[in-house]
Design a protein around this ligand. Structure first.
Ligand SMILES: [Zn+2]
Length: 346
């Protein structure tokens, strides 16, 4: 959501755009092309990275600055504020020697941040951890991080192949988006490697079908897959100005339908100087977690349709994105509208 902060004169804006180009080592002579770069700045004693992107528009270039500030990002498992049972499941899986842990969610849903937080749970003095990324977003102490470069022939699959010759214990593959990477990664997961990756899918079931569609054999998926997490980011209510409200009967029925019962009081955004009158400060991740159990493995092996897969999932400890989101509403963290906006209509 956008917030208008400041209007400035066009001549000042143009100068500002040039300054950022110099900082990010971007050609200031070009103005009709797409340009990308990055720079860092020290804020006190901590380093903040900025990802810079210029796109040509009708009246000059448009600049987007993405702030990569570790101080604002969850760095460890406990910072993700997962429900207790999810944190326990995830904590167990990252201690295992082999298996596949997958994350899904749209761009900007915080998948990478979560994966990094999981990687940081691993003792890198005892286990050889290698990541293959496009691009490397944050540097992690003690981890070998490899950026891929498709134009030089270093794709996810070729890098993964060569990395496997280096006898890694843990591998993070930035994204599984082609059949070859999918197959090599799953094979690695059943041959003594703990593999983390992301998949472009809406939810955990979509992730399973995405891998099958990429040609991963069902036996491979059934034996390799350990955990799937889906994630979205929702805006948190500003704690300084959120106002208590009675839950409407319609919303109460809605929450009830997703197993979130006994809620009477919720909060609505209001707006104050601390939150720039938006009513929101910060964002919180909402998760959907699926731990593979025997029922799920049987369902995958049986080439099940989506409906049967959903049935199999009910035998596991499972909470959908919407259910997890409504629990945050019950805790006064966010609103029903925000969950419906982010998770989509049902
Ligand atoms: Zn406020």
């Amino acid at each position: 959501m956008m917030v208008s902060i400041l209007q400035m004169h066009a001549s000042i804006a143009r100068r500002l755009l040039r300054v950022v180009k110099v900082l990010a080592d971007i050609d200031i002579a070009l103005s009709k092309s797409v340009q990308d770069g990055h720079f860092s700045a020290w804020i006190g004693s901590r380093r903040v990275d900025y990802r810079v992107s210029y796109t040509p528009a009708m009246f000059g270039q448009k600049l987007v600055l993405r702030v990569l500030d570790l101080a604002n990002a969850p760095t460890h498992l406990k910072d993700l504020k997962l429900p207790t049972w999810m944190e326990r499941d995830v904590g167990q899986v990252v201690r295992q020697d082999s298996g596949m842990v997958l994350m899904c969610g749209p761009t900007g849903s915080g998948k990478t941040t979560t994966l990094y937080a999981l990687i940081r749970e691993i003792d890198v003095t005892l286990r050889n951890v290698i990541t293959i990324e496009d691009p490397v977003e944050y540097q992690i102490e003690g981890v070998t991080q490899i950026p891929i470069n498709e134009s030089q022939g270093n794709s996810f699959s070729t890098m993964l192949r060569s990395v496997l010759r280096q006898d890694p214990d843990v591998i993070l593959v930035g994204e599984i988006r082609d059949p070859e990477t999918a197959r090599i990664a799953m094979q690695a997961a059943i041959t003594g490697h703990l593999v983390f990756s992301t998949v472009h899918a809406q939810d955990v079931i979509g992730t399973i079908f995405r891998l099958l569609n990429l040609g991963v054999e069902s036996y491979l998926l059934a034996s390799g897959l350990h955990l799937v997490l889906a994630q979205r980011l929702v805006r948190e209510l500003c704690p300084h100005c959120k106002s208590p409200q009675k839950l409407s009967p319609a919303d109460m029925m809605r929450l009830d339908r997703y197993g979130v019962t006994g809620v009477t009081k919720v909060y609505a955004p209001r707006g104050c100087s601390r939150c720039l009158d938006t009513g929101h400060i910060g964002r919180r991740a909402v998760f959907e977690l699926l731990s593979a159990n025997d029922d799920l493995r049987d369902a995958i092996l049986a080439d099940t349709q989506i409906q049967d897969m959903r049935k199999a999932i009910r035998s596991t400890m499972f909470a959908s994105l919407r259910e997890s989101g409504y629990r945050l509403v019950a805790e006064g963290v966010t609103t029903v509208e925000e969950i419906d906006r982010v998770v989509g209509a049902d």
